[in-house]
Structure formats: C-alpha cells, structure tokens
Design a protein around this ligand. Sequence first.
Ligand SMILES: NC(=O)C1=CN([C@@H]2O[C@H](COP(=O)(O)OP(=O)(O)OC[C@H]3O[C@@H](n4cnc5c(N)ncnc54)[C@H](OP(=O)(O)O)[C@@H]3O)[C@@H](O)[C@H]2O)C=CC1
Ligand SMILES: Nc1nc(=O)c2c([nH]1)NC[C@@H]1CN(c3ccc(C(=O)N[C@@H](CCC(=O)O)C(=O)O)cc3)C=[N+]21
Ligand SMILES: [Mg+2]
Length: 318
Amino acid sequence: MADARIIDGKAFAAGLRARVADGVAALKASHGVTPGLAVVLVGEDPASQVYVRSKERALVDLGMNSFDHHEPADMAESDLLALIDRLNADPAVHGILVQLPLPRHIDSQKVLGRIVPEKDADGFHIVNAGLLATGQPGAIVPCTPLGSLLLIRDTLGRDLKGKRALVLGRSNIVGKPMAQLLLQADCTVTMAHSRTADLPGECRRADILVAAVGRPEMVRGDWIKPGATVIDVGINRVPAAEPGKTRLVGDVAFDEAVKVAGAITPVPGGVGPMTIACLMLNTLAAACRAAGAPVPEEAAALGNAQGNAQLNAQGMAR
Ligand SMILES: NC(=O)C1=CN([C@@H]2O[C@H](COP(=O)(O)OP(=O)(O)OC[C@H]3O[C@@H](n4cnc5c(N)ncnc54)[C@H](OP(=O)(O)O)[C@@H]3O)[C@@H](O)[C@H]2O)C=CC1
Ligand SMILES: Nc1nc(=O)c2c([nH]1)NC[C@@H]1CN(c3ccc(C(=O)N[C@@H](CCC(=O)O)C(=O)O)cc3)C=[N+]21
Ligand SMILES: [Mg+2]
C-alpha cells in the first residue's frame, strides 16, 4: 500500500490565520473593535515561554491586541485571582488564557473557574465544557480538539457519520472535548486510557484515531487500521541522536504508522499550529460576541449538536 497522505497542519493553520485576520479587519471596520487576548504566564518554565511567545506573535500578526502578564513562579494564588478579576472587567480584553501547567501551590481549577466563561479563550471553563457536552450553542471549544476536528474534516470531508473514532487519552483539555466533537459529528466514539484492556485491538478498529497521551511514539504501526486517519496530538521532547540536543516526537511512531494509515499528521507541523490558529479564532469569536457582531461560523457551529457539526459552506472552514 502507498504511504499515507501527510496532513499539513502548518499550511492549514496558515490559511485559517489568514481568514481570522480578515475577520479581525472586518470587525475593526464595522464596530471599531480590536480583539484582544490576555496571556497569563506564571513562572519561567522554558517550554511554556516558547508557547506563550508564539501565541503573542500570532496575535500581533493578525492585527489583534496581546496583553502579556508574565508573573513570578511564587505569585500568591490570591494575587492571580485578583489579576483574573481585573482582566474580566477590562473591556479591551476579549479573551483570557492562563498558561498551564501552573505552579503546584496554585489550584488550576479555581483559577480557570474564575475567568468569566465569555472570555475563556481556551474553552476550559466548566460552563463551556457543559455547553459543549450538552450540544448547546455558544460553547467556546478547546483549541486543540477544534483544530484536530478541522484537520479531520479537511481529510475526510464534512460527513463523518458512522465512522468509528478512537480517542486515546481522557484529559479535560484534549481527550474529552475531542470525543464530544466527534460524537456530535455522528461518529461512534470510543475513549481509551491507561486502564483500557487491549489498547492495540481497540485502536485497530478505528477509522479515525486521535492520540493524546503524552507517551512518545506509543502507538505502533500495527495498532493502526489500514487506511485510517491518524491525528497525533502528542508533543514530546526526547533526546536527539546528537548528544545534548532534543527533538519533538508525537504519541504515534510516525515512520511505522505512515506505511499503514491513509492520512496522518506529523509532529511538528500537525496539530500544534492548529491549536494556535484556533486560539486566534476563539479570541475573534469572543470579541464578535462582545461587540454584537456575527460570529465566524468556524467557531460558532462546531460545538452545537443542533446544527451543527455542519458548517456553512460559505463559512471560514474549507
Ligand atoms: N498539539 C497541541 O497543541 C497540544 C498537545 N498536547 C500534548 O498532548 C498530549 C496529551 O496531553 P494532555 O491531554 O494534556 O495529557 P494528560 O497527561 O492530561 O492526559 C493523558 C491521558 O493519556 C492517558 N494515558 C497515559 N498513559 C497511558 C498509557 N500508557 N496507555 C493509555 N493511556 C494512557 C491518561 O490516562 P488516565 O486518565 O487513565 O491517567 C490520560 O487520560 C501531551 O503529549 C501534550 O504535550 C497537549 C495540549 C495541546
Ligand atoms: N492554557 C493553555 N492552553 C493551551 O493551549 C496550552 C497550555 N495551556 N499549555 C501547554 C499546551 C501545549 N500547547 C501547544 C500549542 C502549540 C504547539 C505548537 O505549535 N507546536 C509546534 C512545534 C513547536 C516547537 O517546535 O516546540 C508544532 O507542533 O508544529 C504545541 C503545544 C498548548 N497548550
Ligand atoms: Mg488548547
């Protein structure tokens, strides 16, 4: 069998960012509003600093405002909550992102719960999780699952009904919302995790396999159904051949999987860039809602069972 099609997340994300930039310009022209995202980073974790910088760069590139709050690792939880309160009240701030993980002395759930749901650009607030799970309109959908779904639809088309989907990983930020989106797209969804019996066998039944475990190259080629669509969410830094250097690998053994799958995302250049682009999309959508302007279809319809895993053909998703 021929090798899998490599799903170019980097290129798709560039196209999505361009559509978001158009939406930003339109909102400025129609309502005089510039979308703004506040990015809160607590501590000096080098990987988090890299991610935060790429988010801030993307915001400015698309004509949005970036409000950076880089705080010391020993910041008191009460001070972080007070910062969130100020950002909640600031009309120039349409979205708030608190970079995870937070230092251990801070209760992440408490902090995420303090963000007003309308400004929860990550879609991590329980109100947004609940709106998504119950298929109601207006949910802000977490960026990584949203970006993954856009890549799946770009690969397989919009009609995913009846497909068997396996989501490996059940975190609140990736696995669970991913499963909700696939369910609303009429897939038959299985969720697998560390207590799943016969993981390779479960994976082999899947037409769509989404891996979000954080275990480098755990999913082997012979776990994959021939022709399946494989979305590798994992971002794992491992030692490179050259001493002292590191490289990024996913949760899927790419070199094996590419020989079996029908289509597969690479790491890097797959889901990662989509996460950033969807964060920009969610921020634009939040600003549109705050201004009373129409929300881009790509952000509005996906969480909504009534409609709509089907997006408007004229919408932003291609
Ligand atoms: N590309 C992107 O933009 C993003 C990438 N990521 C990456 O995605 C990966 C997952 O992230 P996240 O969801 O936050 O991770 P978590 O650590 O929160 O969750 C991992 C999940 O994988 C399951 N798991 C762990 N080990 C095994 C195993 N041996 N067999 C089966 N299941 C297992 C866990 O099961 P259990 O619940 O039973 O413990 C858990 O449900 C990471 O590599 C992360 O870096 C994350 C966010 C964004
Ligand atoms: N509140 C919050 N929201 C998040 O969305 C969030 C977070 N905290 N904490 C950390 C994880 C991780 N994450 C990534 C985003 C982009 C890439 C990305 O762009 N990756 C590039 C490679 C980057 C590199 O080379 O290091 C790629 O895959 O091509 C990766 C990982 C968002 N996260
Ligand atoms: Mg995310």
